[in-house]
Design a protein. Structure first.
Length: 307
C-alpha cells in the first residue's frame, strides 16, 4: 500500500495543471506582480475560467519550482524566483499557447478557418484544452482581433487581412516609437542593452533556416518593447505591447530571407550604439528610418511586418 501511495505522490503533473501553471505565470508577469503578492484562487479561477480546485493544484505545482510559496495561514504568494526566471528566459520554444496562436494565424491566412468559431470548434480542430484556447482568444480579443458573439462563439475581425490596417500600424508606430527615445524619463537598462546586443550579434552569425522565424520575431518584438519600457512612459509601453501582440498573429512567417535578418540586426545595433553613447536624437532618427524602410517592403502576406 505504501508503494502505491508513494507512486501517486510522485505522479507527473497533468496537462491541465501544466497549462494552468503557465497561465498563472503569464498573469504574474504581464501584471508585474511583486514578490509577496497573494495569488487569490477565486480571482485566478475567474480569469482562467476554471474551478478553484485545478487552480489550487497549479499553484501547488508552481510551489515545487519555488515560483510560488504557501502562506502560513493558507494561500499562495509570488516568490522572488519569478523575477529571476523571467530574466533567465532566452528565446524559449513556443509553448502550447504560442503553438495554437501560430496554427490559428496560419489557417486564417490560408482561408482554412471561418470568420466565426466556438471554443469547442477550436478545441477539436487543434486538439487543445479549453484553458489554452481561452488564453489565445483572450490575447486576440485584447488587440481587437476577435470579438465574442452575443450568446455563443467568437468572430474574427478582418484587420489582419487588410493592407490599410498594416499601413496604419506603421504610421502609428512612427508617431510614438521615435518619440519614446526622447522622453525625459528615458533610462536605458545596461543589462537589457547587453542582452539585446548579444542576441542580435548571434542572429548575425547563426545559420539561416525557416525554423528561426519565431525567435527572430521575438528578438524584434523584445527590442521595440524594451525601448518603450526604457522611455519611462507606461502608456507608450502598453501601446507597443499591444502592437506586438497584434503583429505576432501575422509575423511568424518570415518571407524576406537571410539578408533582411542581417539588415534588421545591424539597424537595431546601430540604434543601441547611439543610445549607449547618449545620442538620443540620433537614435530616434535611426529608429524612424528603420521603421520607414520596413514599411516599404513588399511581402507575400499583406499583414506580415518585417519589424
Amino acid at each position: 500500500m505504501k508503494q502505491k501511495s508513494s507512486s501517486r505522490e510522485k505522479a507527473s503533473p497533468s496537462r491541465l495543471q501544466r497549462e494552468l501553471s503557465a497561465g498563472i505565470m503569464d498573469l504574474i508577469r504581464s501584471e508585474g506582480l511583486a514578490p509577496g503578492t497573494r495569488l487569490a484562487e477565486v480571482a485566478l479561477a475567474e480569469r482562467l475560467q476554471v474551478s478553484r480546485t485545478p487552480v489550487r493544484a497549479a499553484l501547488k505545482l508552481l510551489a515545487t519550482s519555488k515560483l510560488s510559496r504557501a502562506g502560513k495561514h493558507g494561500g499562495y504568494f509570488v516568490t522572488d524566483a519569478v523575477a529571476a526566471s523571467h530574466k533567465a528566459l532566452r528565446q524559449p520554444a513556443p509553448d502550447n499557447t504560442d503553438r495554437l496562436f501560430l496554427a490559428i494565424a496560419s489557417d486564417r491566412r490560408a482561408g482554412r478557418l471561418p470568420d466565426e468559431v466556438s471554443e469547442h470548434d477550436l478545441m477539436q480542430r487543434y486538439a487543445a484544452t479549453r484553458p489554452v484556447v481561452q488564453r489565445v482568444l483572450t490575447k486576440l480579443a485584447e488587440v481587437a482581433a476577435v470579438q465574442r458573439k452575443p450568446g455563443h462563439g467568437w468572430r474574427f475581425h478582418p484587420i489582419f487581412m487588410d493592407e490599410q490596417a498594416r499601413h496604419e500600424s506603421y504610421r502609428y508606430r512612427l508617431m510614438i516609437e521615435p518619440a519614446g527615445l526622447l522622453e525625459p524619463g528615458f533610462r536605458l537598462d545596461p543589462a537589457w542593452a547587453a542582452d539585446m546586443r548579444r542576441r542580435h550579434e548571434e542572429a548575425l552569425t547563426m545559420p539561416w533556416n525557416q525554423a528561426a522565424t519565431i525567435p527572430l520575431y521575438e528578438i524584434n518584438a523584445a527590442f521595440h518593447e524594451g525601448l518603450a519600457a526604457a522611455s519611462g512612459n507606461r502608456y507608450l509601453l502598453v501601446a507597443i505591447q499591444q502592437q506586438n501582440r497584434l503583429r505576432r498573429f501575422g509575423n511568424y512567417d518570415w518571407t524576406f530571407g537571410h539578408e533582411r535578418v542581417l539588415v534588421n540586426s545591424r539597424e537595431h545595433l546601430a540604434i543601441l550604439d547611439q543610445l549607449e553613447a547618449g545620442q538620443h536624437e540620433a537614435a530616434a532618427a535611426l529608429l524612424r528610418r528603420h521603421l520607414e524602410s520596413a514599411a516599404k517592403l513588399r511581402h507575400r502576406w499583406p499583414n506580415a511586418d518585417t519589424d
